[in-house]
Structures are given as C-alpha cells and as structure tokens.
Design a protein around this ligand. Structure first.
Ligand SMILES: *Cc1c(COP(=O)(O)O)cnc(C)c1O
Length: 393
C-alpha cells in the first residue's frame, strides 16, 4: 500500500495569461496509445498537423512545423536560426516578451538596436523606420504581435513594409494571438511567425507552431556557420518533418496528438467565427470593467481582446484579491510582470476560456471581492455593460 496521496488537482477556470482551459477532446486525444515517432500512422498525423497549421496560420509556407517545447522554443528557433553572428537586428520592445527576444538575438551574436515604447502602448512604426535607417544594413526586425505582459496588440503590416524596403526579414511573436485574433503571415509579409499551444489554441503547453517564408528559409539554408542551437536547428527539424523523415529527436507524441486535435477544433469552429468570439467576449469584459469603475491599462485602440490589463485600484492589495478569486471562485488571473508588478491584473480570455459565462462570472466575482476590499465597484453597471456587448455579434 502506498501512502502517497492521490493526484487530484482541482478544476480551475483559467483566465490568466496562459495556460487557458484545454478542450476535453484535446485531453482525450493525449490518452490515445503511443505510436513510434517514425510509425507511418504517426507520420500521417504529423502531415495533417502541417497542413492544418498552414490553414490556421493562413500561410502557404512549406516550412511549417511544431518545435518541441513551449512558445519560447519557437522564439528561440526563429531567433537562433535567423540571426547570424554580426547581423544587425532592430527589436521592437514594449513589454516583457519583446525584451526576451532581444536577449536571444544578442546571445545569437546579433548587434541589437532596441526600439522601445512604454508598457501599455504599441511600438511606433516610424521609430522602427528611423532605427532601421540609422543602423543599416539591418538583417532582421523583430516584434511581438500580442504582448501578453501589457495587453497590447501591435499592428504588423507597416513594420513588415519597413523591414522589406530595407531588405530585412521580419520575425513576429504570435504566441498569444494565434487562434484568438487574426494572424496573417502571408498577407502581412512576415518571414517567421511562431506561437504556442496553451494560449488561444487551448491545448497543454508543450509544442510551438512555427512557419518560415521562402526568404527566411533561404537565410537559414545559406548560413555559413550552423546556428547555435542543435535541438532547435530548423534545418534538422525540417528534415524530420518533410519526406526525408530523418530522425532528429523523439517527437513528443502525445503533444502532437494534442496539437492535431486543437487545430482541428479551430478549423471546425472556423477562424472568422473564433476571432469574432474572442472579440465579443474580450470587449464585453473590458466594457464591464470600465463600467464597474476600473481603468484599463493598454492604450485604447490597441487593446487585445484575448488578454486584458486592468489597473489595480489605489489601496487594494494585489495578491489578496487574486488569492480570493482562486480560493473562493477557482478563478486564476495573472499579476503584472516587470514594471507592471502590483500595478495591473492580467485577465485572459483565450480559446476554451473565452466564454460568455466566464466574462459574467469573473465580473461578478471580482466586483464582490473589490467591494470587500473597500473599492466601490459598480457591479450592476459592469454586468449591464458586459451584457450589452455580449448581445452584439
Ligand atoms: C507565453 C508567451 C511566450 C512564451 O511562451 P511559453 O509557452 O511560456 O514558453 C512568448 N511570447 C508571448 C507573447 C507569450 O505570451
């Protein structure tokens, strides 16, 4: 007899910056029998993943695969493979994840010029343009589409044009945007786009979808020195994902099942419908928070529907409110990162977690707790504002 207690985690409502709640079909897919990583049946599933990922990522790119590891593995694959020692890189930074890309580009041997914006605003394309001109020739521009640390959605097209006019490639972090807001590498002209599974795709964390344009692939293939990562070397990964089927690593079999089911679910719902659902629920939450008397942190016009930052009212204790949400309502939200620590809460409405029920439950739970902490949240106005938005398409 074992005296180890049974493993029985509680069921949470995951409304933080990720992971989001996983769809039960995804979790069930993960319990399917294992196949070998070179079994023809498994290779078929990989091929289907590739073609479904191309549809979800709205791209015709041949090189579209999933790196083993969470979203950061996609980031590391993009940066380490595309930055060559001595390359000049312009990195747009308006939050924590932009900083992370910058650090990686430096580790890859790039000479990086940071173009910053306050945490809560997008990066100004004109500032990127000046930096690209002042530091030319620049080989790579990097930017975060959905900055999960601040709740800002960055417009990409103008930056893509600036990069291409200067002969540079563009890397876009779409970890939090894919499956929640439009991600359009081909339309934007983005050369490398990567994502993760535990945000708007609603699978457990574990693999990172990534796609490379023909120009980006040429850059990877024409490197004079191999990239500084063996595990995430895209040339080696592509040799496993394409018809060569050259063993590189043992694919995380169950995670590939999960990805397969998750992207199938996205296509079943329909991308446009899914974007509309995230938009509706996100705006309902934001309208509700404002009507309750709270202040949204991200600049109006650039607010992500899938991740909302709201300022913590003066005198209200950050950790106590989050603790009460978790303990009493089983709702997880995120605290602030870096400069925004103890200043904002981060509320995710991603994938399966983006529901009308969660919006209303969260507003009423938060409103009640805030009132107990001395902030007179107008609960009635908050719910009315949210409901009004939920009734629209
Ligand atoms: C979550 C996130 C990452 C990192 O992904 P992990 O899965 O935590 O490795 C990178 N970029 C952005 C914008 C993210 O939100």
């Amino acid at each position: 007899m074992s005296d180890i207690p049974a493993f029985n985690p509680p069921t949470r409502i995951l409304m933080g910056p990720g992971p989001s709640g996983a769809n039960p079909r995804v979790l069930r897919a993960m319990t399917a029998p294992l196949l070998g990583h070179l079994d023809p049946e498994f290779l078929k599933i990989m091929d289907e993943c590739r073609s479904m990922l191309r549809r979800v990522m709205r791209t015709e790119n041949q090189v579209t695969l999933a790196t083993p590891g969470t979203g950061t593995s996609g980031m590391e694959a993009a940066v380490m493979n595309l930055v060559r020692p001595g390359d000049r890189v312009v990195s747009g930074v308006c939050g924590y994840f932009g900083e992370r890309i910058t650090q990686m580009a430096e580790r890859a041997g790039g000479t990086v010029t940071k173009v910053t914006a306050p945490w809560g605003s997008p990066v100004d394309p004109a500032a990127i343009e000046s930096a690209v001109k002042a530091n030319g020739p620049v080989q790579l521009v990097t930017i975060v589409h959905a900055e999960t640390s601040t709740g800002v959605q960055q417009p990409i097209e103008a930056i893509a044009k600036i990069a291409h006019d200067a002969g540079a490639l563009l890397v876009v972090d779409c970890v939090t945007s894919l499956g929640g807001v439009p991600v359009e590498p081909d339309k934007w002209g983005a050369d490398a786009v990567y994502s993760g599974t535990q945000k708007c795709l609603s699978a457990p964390p574990g693999v990172s979808p990534i796609t490379l344009s023909a120009a980006a692939w040429d850059r990877v293939k024409s490197r004079e020195t191999p990239s500084n990562t063996w595990y995430l070397d895209l040339s080696l990964l592509e040799a496993y994902w394409d018809e060569r089927r050259a063993y590189h690593h043992t694919a995380p079999i169950s995670m590939i099942y999960a990805l397969h089911e998750a992207v199938a679910l996205v296509l079943e719902e329909g991308l446009e419908q899914r974007w509309a659902r995230h938009e509706r629920n996100g705006r309902a939450l934001q309208n509700g928070l404002e009507a309750m008397g709270l202040v949204l942190h991200a600049d109006a016009g650039f607010r992500l529907p899938v991740l909302t930052t709201v300022r913590i009212p003066e005198g209200v204790a950050d950790a106590e409110v989050r603790g009460a949400l978790l303990k009493r309502h089983s709702i997880e939200i995120g605290g602030g990162l870096g400069d925004l620590r103890a200043k904002v809460w981060r509320i995710g409405l991603m994938g399966e977690s983006s529901t009308e029920g969660n919006v209303l439950l969260f507003l009423s739970s938060l409103g009640k707790i805030l009132r107990e902490h001395g902030f007179k949240a107008d609960l009635r106005a908050g719910l009315a504002a949210a409901t009004a938005r939920l009734e629209q398409p």
